[in-house]
Design a binder for this molecule. Structure first.
Ligand code: ZN
Ligand code: ZN
Length: 284
C-alpha cells in the first residue's frame, strides 16, 4: 500500500543549539517532504549530559519538554527534539554506550512518536592527566581533532573550563591554563559529546532520523495514525543443534504508540535458529 506520506509540505520545529539540522534536514525533506525550522532555544535548563544512562522514561520526558519548547517558540504544531546520554553499559561496565532518542510531536493528532537506539559506536571517554603525562594516546583513541574534547583542572575551578577544543594550538593552551589552575597540576579531559563537536554522534542522529521517518510513513493498521513500527523484541531464538532457547531475538513486537495496537511477528531477517556458539547449553 503506497500512501502520500503524512506531513508532506509540513514544517516541523527542531529544537537544537548543536547543529542537528545538518543530520536531520535532508532526511525529513526526502522521506516526508517536510521542512525543519530551527529553534535555538536554550535547553540547558532541561539538563545536559551526565555520566549515567537515565531511565528511558526520564530521557523521553526531557526530550518531550525540549520539543514543546521549540513548538511554543515558533508557534508550529509539529515538533522534533533529540536527547542523548552516555555512560558505562548497564550490564558490561567496561563498555561505553550511548542512548540516543529522537522524539516527534504532533499537536493536532495528539501524537508522540519516539525512536531510540543503544549506540555501541561511541567515543565517549575521559582521562586524568598527571603533571607530566602526554594526552596523545588518549586523543588518538577518541578521534581528536575531528571530535572535540573538554578540558578542566582536575579540581574544578570557577571559569576554567574549555569546551569544544578541536585544534592542537587551542588544546595546548587550554592544558597549560588548566595545569596552572590545579593545585597539583593535574588535568581532567573528556570527550565533548555535543553533536556539532562529534561526527560519530551526528551519524547516530542521522540514522535515528531515517528510522523515525520510516516509522512516520507507516500508518497503524488499526487506527491509521502515523508511527507504526518496532516497539520491543522477545528473546528465545532456539539453538540449531539442541533447540534450547537463547538470549537472541525470537520475535519482534510491532505496534502503534497512539492506540496501543500490538502485533508479534517473526524476525525481519528471517532467521529461525541460533548458532550453537551462542547457546547456553552447547557453549555454556
Ligand atoms: Zn544448543
Ligand atoms: Zn493505532
Amino acid at each position: 500500500m503506497v500512501l502520500e506520506p503524512p506531513y508532506a509540505g509540513g514544517v516541523i520545529a527542531l529544537t537544537t543549539r548543536h547543529g542537528k539540522e545538518r543530520a536531520l534536514g535532508r532526511v525529513f525533506a526526502v522521506g516526508l517532504g517536510a521542512r525543519l525550522q530551527l529553534c535555538d532555544q536554550d535547553t540547558d535548563q532541561l539538563g545536559t549530559f551526565s555520566g549515567e544512562i537515565p531511565r528511558l522514561q526520564d530521557a523521553a520526558a526531557t526530550c518531550r519538554s525540549k520539543a514543546l519548547l521549540g513548538m511554543q517558540a515558533t508557534g508550529l504544531p509539529l515538533g522534533l527534539a533529540s536527547e542523548a546520554s552516555f555512560g558505562p553499559h548497564p550490564a558490561m561496565p567496561m563498555l561505553p554506550v550511548g542512548q540516543e532518542l529522537l522524539l516527534f510531536l504532533d499537536q493536532e493528532r495528539d501524537l508522540c512518536v519516539l525512536e531510540q537506539r543503544l549506540e555501541w559506536r561511541t567515543n565517549y571517554s575521559h582521562t586524568l592527566l598527571e603533571p607530566h603525562d602526554s594526552p596523545d594516546a588518549w586523543l588518538r583513541q577518541v578521534g581528536f581533532p575531528t571530535h572535540g574534547v573538554i578540558a578542566r583542572p582536575a579540581e574544578p575551578q570557577p571559569g576554567v573550563l574549555f569546551k569544544g577544543l578541536q585544534c592542537r594550538a587551542e588544546l595546548t593552551e587550554a592544558l597549560a591554563r588548566c595545569r596552572r589552575s590545579d593545585p597539583d597540576g593535574r588535568v581532567w579531559l573528556e570527550t565533548d559529546m555535543r553533536a556539532h563537536c562529534n561526527p560519530t554522534r551526528m551519524r547516530s542522529i542521522r540514522r535515528l532520523g531515517v528510522a523515525l521517518v520510516r516509522r512516520l510513513r507507516s500508518p497503524c493498521p488499526k487506527c491509521g495514525t502515523p508511527g507504526w513500527g518496532l516497539l520491543d523484541t522477545k528473546p528465545g531464538l532456539p539453538c540449531s543443534d539442541c533447540g534450547t532457547a537463547t538470549e537472541l531475538t525470537l520475535s519482534e513486537i510491532w505496534g502503534c504508540q497512539q492506540c496501543g495496537a500490538r502485533r508479534e511477528q517473526s524476525r525481519r531477517d528471517g532467521r529461525l535458529q541460533a548458532d550453537p556458539g551462542q547457546c547456553p547449553w552447547c557453549n555454556p
